[in-house]
Design a protein around this ligand. Structure first.
Ligand code: FES
Length: 206
């Protein structure tokens, strides 16, 4: 697999590794695509809302370690609002790119950071727990990467329809029967949607 020098550098010598004592925000997330995990701890200045300290622990692949390292570097010194706007494409770009099949590692890092910030916001009364809606399903589908090209299935216009009724999520995906990644994409959609207790069943039509 072709990795950039920057990915290799961050993999060999990751920055900000470890845990923080009494973090203000914390999140541990697993990638539905591969089962790997990242956890992020943050210390936030209560007045300025600047992320003053940040550490991560990785339980996964080289890209997982490299993206954990880069995302913590990118978020350090930023306000929580600024850090929330860091996207997975920017994180991958900051590493001078990732192989398409490894783009989900970048999604995982960004997701974990956003959830650590959310944890801080919830604990400090800055946000309320999200109310479930169909839009949340669409947002979650933006984290499902089509591995052949390293782009999400929503941007690729593969998602033709999203519905939610009586606890059943209905997703219509346009992906040909001969596509090697077909089952992989279906599995990933299911795993991404598993985290919503409101969804009792996922129906995928292809
Ligand atoms: Fe699992 Fe990279 S995070 S393959």
């Amino acid at each position: 697999m072709q990795y950039s020098q920057k990915v290799l550098d961050h993999f060999m010598k990751p920055h900000n590794v470890g845990k923080l004592k009494n973090p203000d925000g914390q999140a541990t997330e697993g990638s539905p695509a591969c089962g790997d995990q990242v956890s992020i701890d943050i210390i936030v200045n209560e007045k300025t809302h600047i992320i003053e300290e940040i550490k991560f622990q990785s339980y996964g692949c080289a890209s997982n370690i490299a993206t954990g390292s880069i995302i913590t570097e990118m978020a350090k010194g930023k306000t929580i609002e600024e850090a929330k706007n860091i996207g997975w494409k920017e994180a991958a770009e900051e590493l001078d790119g990732l192989p398409p099949v490894k783009m989900h590692c970048s999604v995982l890092a960004v997701d974990t950071l956003r959830n650590a910030i959310k944890d801080y916001e919830l604990k400090h009364g800055l946000a309320e727990a999200d109310k479930f809606s169909k839009e949340m399903i669409v947002e979650e589908l933006k984290k499902v990467i089509y591995p052949q090209v390293g782009e999400d299935i929503v941007s690729l216009k593969m998602v033709k329809y999203v519905g939610f009724e009586n606890g059943v999520a209905i997703i219509d995906v346009d992906i040909p029967s001969f596509d090697t990644y077909r089952d992989n994409v279906a599995e990933e959609i299911e795993e991404h949607l598993e985290k919503f207790p409101e969804i009792k069943e996922v129906k995928i039509t292809m």
